[in-house]
Design a protein around this ligand. Structure first.
Ligand code: BES
Ligand code: ZN
Length: 676
């Protein structure tokens, strides 16, 4: 009920989520009257008065009056007030009052599936009237203000905006001498960042599990915060969990379980809210090197230590490329298979999917990727989600440089070629005039989720590859080192990057610079084929040619094939003679039994697209019940839908969704039941 009403209201404000500014309600023009009425309606929605037919009627009639009688006069235009917030996805106004440090106290209640929290913020402002936080489906119980003499008073607060995606702006009234704001709150069952797993959904089946995923704008669903990537603060936390459970955060972490379920954490380097993270469950720690180690449940801890044996070396390699690792330790935690992403670069502690444990160390580029974010993303952060490519494009480039240093060019280039294929396919599917295929995005009124695609990753990486080839690797590396040094612990915009590039390379060729501008501001792909070594894929393609001659009988020469050769082969398989090819590959290479989730996923998808029979759907179902990583799950559901298996897709989702993280299940839900 609430959602559609808010959507209508959102449209009324001319789709400008950011347009509501309290200063606008003081004037007396008809325009302002419109805004005032809209604000009243927002408040009504907010105060949950919107539940009976009477109220629906009241709002309906208000809307009719609003639009019939309150049309703005055309002749006299008010001067335009600059109302755009610095970040379209946060209601906060750090330019007016900003958070600098957070003291967090959390109690994790696994019975209620609720976190109860106290967030005490040190703030900075110049006698501001208010500070604004972001909250999404969060229950605020009370707020205190603490002044410069540590006196405590109750704060008054209200919500002004309310948006389905962004949540609400929590406006807390300040005194001129307020130094700290203390918020008492509880999470709700709708907290999208949180996944609570029951005991039977975990690996060891002994204790429940809680994991968070804050990027891009979900930190606000478990901590009230100024949730924009351009705002950084340090934090300490005390986290209370049931006895025997382990807890870790994006901070200095314990390596042993506490006896009383109480853990303390420190993150003394300022980070943006999207890097706040917590995991609580039945897992332990083992070291890999001096600065590196793994947390995982006992059944996979040793496998993970083996799989990630090169982690310390990776860290050293990254440091030689782009400067000293600034975060102290680099640990990783292998989460339950419902974790919605491959990895998440939570500082000091990367969160990882268990699907990267292939048993042959072939999927460790994921580690290189998350490690690379320690520089591109965590050290130098995209200012808003419109500059997302600065995080992911730089990281995808950097990831590949680490892989190349460790495992050689022909190996690293296979990874690049697969990524480049993904990029071409994505642009083909999205359309090469689609504005979402630009690197610099305009996300005003857009959910940052909707802009998440291969563009930021692969188009971003290819641009950096282009610049590397044009400027020469040595000079380019010099630039990158200096870029990270110059912007460390700051956020940066695309324009800030270009400006620094201009300063660093004052004599850059004009053609190269113009092309770069096109990469950034134009949609589609810019013609440029990076100088990748494709010898290993050429061999695969030769083998496929032979297979075509005898599809039912030819035995591919697959000795030394890594996951990547297999992925290339599956992508290149013909679509018309599958009846012979599928049994051949399943009998000889057991592709249908692969424990490697990348291969299993690619194979299942190929089969769905090529007339899978009813018996085989059980295998898809099995996969979808085991894995919650959205990159695998969503395309499989979409493929089922596109290929005439809508009924089966919906039935599988009904069974599987209680095991998915809300981020995954929301996306699948939208694919299966699209809103008109
Ligand atoms: N930071 C991202 C994950 C992310 C991006 C979460 C945007 C929410 C919003 C992470 O570093 C990432 O890119 N993960 C990839 C792995 C990578 C190897 C491409 C993933 O999860 O697939
Ligand atoms: Zn990433």
């Amino acid at each position: 009920m609430k959602t559609p009403c808010i959507r209508i209201l959102k449209l009324q404000v001319n789709n400008k989520l950011s347009a509501i500014n309290p200063s606008m309600i003081n004037g007396n023009s008809l325009n302002n009257l419109r805004f005032s009425l809209q604000l009243i309606i927002f408040e009504v929605v907010d105060m949950k008065y919107f539940y009976s037919m009477k109220q629906v009627l009241f709002v309906g009639i208000s809307l009719i009056i609003l639009f019939t009688f309150c049309k703005p006069e055309v002749k006299e235009k008010e001067p335009i007030v600059e109302t755009r917030r610095p970040d379209p996805h946060s209601f906060s106004r750090p330019d007016i009052a900003v958070t600098k440090h957070l003291e967090l106290e959390l109690s994790c209640d696994f019975q209620q599936k609720q976190i109860r929290g106290i967030a005490l913020y040190d703030i900075e402002h110049k006698s501001a009237d208010e500070i604004i936080f972001d909250v999404l489906h969060l229950n605020i119980d009370s707020i205190d203000l603490i002044d410069n003499r540590t006196a405590v008073t109750k704060a008054s607060y209200k919500y002004i905006e309310n948006d389905e995606v962004l949540g609400k702006g929590l406006h807390v009234k300040l005194n001129s001498n307020t130094k700290k704001v203390k918020i008492y709150y509880r999470t709700s069952a709708d907290a999208i960042a949180l996944q609570w797993l029951n005991v039977d959904q975990t690996n060891t089946k002994k204790l429940p599990y809680l994991l968070t995923q804050s990027q891009s704008i979900y930190a606000r669903s478990w901590i009230p915060c100024q949730d924009g990537p351009g705002i950084r603060f340090t934090y300490n936390a005390v986290v209370n969990v049931p006895e025997n459970m382990m807890a870790v955060m994006s901070a200095d972490n314990p390596q042993k379980r506490s006896t009383d379920g109480r853990y303390t954490f420190t993150m003394d380097i300022p980070i943006p809210a999207y890097l706040l993270a917590l995991a609580v469950g039945d897992f332990d720690f083992k070291p890999i090197g001096n600065r590196t180690g793994v947390y995982a449940s006992s059944d996979i801890l040793d496998k993970a230590v083996w799989e990630f044996a090169d982690l310390e070396k990776m860290l050293e390699t990254a440091e030689t490329l782009y400067g000293k690792y600034p975060w102290g330790r680099y640990d990783v935690i292998v989460l339950p298979s419902s974790f919605p992403f491959g990895g998440m670069e939570n500082p000091k502690l990367t969160f990882l999917t268990p699907t990267c444990i292939a048993g042959d160390r072939s999927l460790t580029s994921l580690l290189a990727h998350e490690l690379a974010h320690s520089w591109s993303g965590n050290l130098v952060t995209n200012a808003t989600w419109e500059d997302f490519w600065l995080n992911e494009g730089f990281t995808t480039y950097f990831e590949n440089r680490i892989m190349e240093s460790l495992y050689g060019k022909s190996y690293a280039d296979m990874l690049s070629l697969l990524g480049y294929q993904d990029l071409k396919k994505t642009i083909e599917e999205m359309g090469d005039t689609n504005v979402l295929t630009k690197l610099k995005l305009d996300l005003e009124d857009e959910d940052p989720e909707d802009a998440l695609s291969d563009i930021a990753y692969e188009k971003g990486k290819t641009l950096l590859r282009y610049l590397e080839e044009r400027q020469g690797r040595a000079d380019w590396d010099g630039f990158l080192k200096s870029y990270f040094e110059k912007f460390k612990f700051k956020s940066n915009t695309t324009e800030g990057f270009v400006k620094y590039l201009d300063e660093y390379f004052p004599t850059m060729n004009k053609g190269v610079r113009d092309t770069m501008q096109k990469w950034i501001y134009n949609p589609g792909l810019i013609a440029f084929q990076p100088n990748y070594d494709n010898s290993r894929f050429l061999f695969v393609e030769k083998q496929l040619e032979e297979l075509l001659k005898k599809p039912g009988a030819y035995k591919l020469k697959t000795r030394n094939w890594s996951t990547h050769e297999w992925l290339h082969a599956i992508r290149k398989l013909p679509k018309d003679i599958t009846k012979q090819i599928i049994p051949n590959l399943e009998t000889n290479y057991k592709l249908h039994e692969s424990g490697n989730k990348e291969i299993a996923f690619a194979w299942l998808k190929y089969k769905i697209e090529n007339n899978i029979n009813a018996k085989e759907i059980a295998k898809v179902e099995n996969f979808l019940l085991q894995v919650g990583r959205r990159k695998f799950v969503l395309p499989l559901y979409e493929s089922l839908m596109k290929n005439g298996h809508e009924k089966e897709a919906k039935a599988i989702f009904t069974k599987a969704k209680s095991g998915y993280h809300p981020i995954t299940s929301n996306s699948v839900n939208e694919a299966l039941y699209p809103r008109i």
